[in-house]
Structure formats: structure tokens, C-alpha cells
Ligand binder design. Sequence first.
Ligand SMILES: [Zn+2]
Length: 158
Amino acid sequence: MLSALHFLTHIGLSWILANLLPGSRKDRWLVVLAGILPDLDGVGILWSHSAYLATHRAVGHSLLFGLLLIAIAMLRADRPWRTAALTAISFHLHLVLDLVGTGGLPIRYLWPFSDRGWSYQGRWVLASWQNGLVMAATLGGVLWIAWRRARAGRTMSL
Ligand SMILES: [Zn+2]
């Protein structure tokens, strides 16, 4: 349950980031995906625990994967430079939230070139007031942006 809320926070934060600057729907999607796709490397749990340990917080949380996402943004976005910059921020915001907001496996940012794992000693446990505050602030930000966009759409249609 808390892990699901943590994942929703990843989605919400990247969605807020995607909406900070005006851009096309496709560009916003690229930024949001950069904030959630890193956790695809947890799919190894479907095979085995050792596959999960070998790949989670390595493959999708690596600089290499981040560069791939940025390259895709550069190639596919309507506004490549701005979207690529937001994609880089979105990807790294995911890493920061993982480092600070959860325990779990260290992040192997330099995978596959190095297996050195990065973790933060002062991290919060998942069930902490700090995580609750971040989740609530993210929800508030999402609702505020959605309300503003709905209001702007109504104004423009008048
Ligand atoms: Zn993650």
C-alpha cells in the first residue's frame, strides 16, 4: 500500500514538473514517463528474487538509462531542448525521492560500468510523516495545476 503511494508520488511529481512550462501533450508525456519508467527494472521480481536484486535500482536507475530517456526526448519531442532538460530533472527527481524517501536497495547509478551502490543514511522510512508530507504536497500540487488548467480552458472557451 505504501509502496503504491510512493509510486503515485513519482507519477504526481513528474506530472507537476511536466506542467511547469507550456508544452505539447507528447512532451509532457515524455517528462512523466522519465519519472516513472526507472521502476520498470523491478520487473525481475516476476522471475526470481535474485533477478530482482540484480536489476532493481540498477538498470532503470542508471545514468545510462537516464541518457537514453533524454535522447528519446531530444529525438521525439516537439520542443526537444526544453523537454530533454525536464526529462533529465524528472529522472533525477525520481532517484532523489528513492534515495531520501525509501530504504531498500542502493541505487547503482553507474551500472553497468560499476556496481557501486548509492544510499542515503538519513533516509526516511516509507511510513514516516516526511513521506506523508511529500505525498500530500504532491497531491495538492496536482490538484492545483489541474484546477488551474481546467479554469484556463473554461476562460479560453468563453
Ligand atoms: Zn525507483
